[in-house]
Design a protein around this ligand. Structure first.
Ligand code: DX5
Ligand code: ZN
Length: 217
């Protein structure tokens, strides 16, 4: 599939979501951060807003659910038109069952790991996933500093995916910028979330293209 950039709208003007998304046509996906004030100490948006945004753009939506009880809530995002739905490993009661349900509803199934969650315990279920998200900040807020301590896990995840002969995409999220994206790509990531780097740029769409160029080497 190659390198993909999925800007996060968390730091966009949330009163004008559809307009903000229209400013970044070079994006491969739009990353939508759903937070519930339980799994993370922040509250963003939920299903009604997500559904409206799905109708307002042709760019596929990448839902990142930082919520408790994703087993109960995640399938509705697939039904609402998400191209990809990411739940957190730390929050899911039955991740394999949930991944299968998401795929059955027509979405790509993805699982996220917080910075201190190891990958090895999930090695045998990678084939159930279309994407693995390695968080490179503690989830909850945009604009945080990239955690270099997560780079070995990206490398390890890429090794596990390759060794199993799988096509699982490897996404990184948190502090991704022109300064840090090369390290992530070199470690084996191929899908890059960038929030503040894109929306604080003078020309957000040019930044999307620039990030892609740097990640592509
Ligand atoms: C953080 C979110 C990220 C965030 C990224 O919990 O999951 O998607 O918006 O923002 P930046 O790129 O500013 O770290
Ligand atoms: Zn995110």
């Amino acid at each position: 599939m190659g390198i993909q950039i999925t800007p996060s709208v968390l730091n966009a003007d949330l009163s004008r979501l559809a307009d903000e998304v229209a400013r970044i046509p070079s994006s491969d996906w739009i990353h939508v951060d759903v937070m519930d004030n339980h799994f993370v100490p922040n509250l963003t948006l939920g299903l009604p807003v997500f559904e409206s945004l799905a109708k307002a753009t042709d760019t596929p939506l990448d839902a990142h659910l930082m919520i408790a009880d994703p087993d109960r809530w995640a399938p509705a995002y697939a039904e609402a038109g998400a191209g990809s739905v990411t739940f957190h490993a730390e929050a899911a009661a039955a991740p394999i069952r949930l991944a299968r349900e998401l795929r059955a509803k027509g979405a790509r199934a993805s699982m996220a790991l917080k910075p201190a969650t190891g990958i090895d315990q999930y090695a045998d279920m990678l084939g159930e996933l279309d994407m693995l998200l390695i968080m490179t900040v503690e989830p909850g807020f945009g604009g945080q500093k990239f955690l270099d301590v997560c780079l070995p896990k990206i490398r390890r995840a890429r090794e596990l995916i390759s060794a199993a002969g799988l096509e699982v995409w490897l996404q990184v999220d948190g502090g991704v910028s022109l300064e840090t994206i090369e390290r992530c790509a070199e470690a084996g990531a191929d899908v890059f979330v960038a929030g503040s780097a894109v929306f604080s740029a003078e020309d957000p769409d040019a930044m999307v293209r620039e990030l892609k160029a740097v990640a592509s080497g």
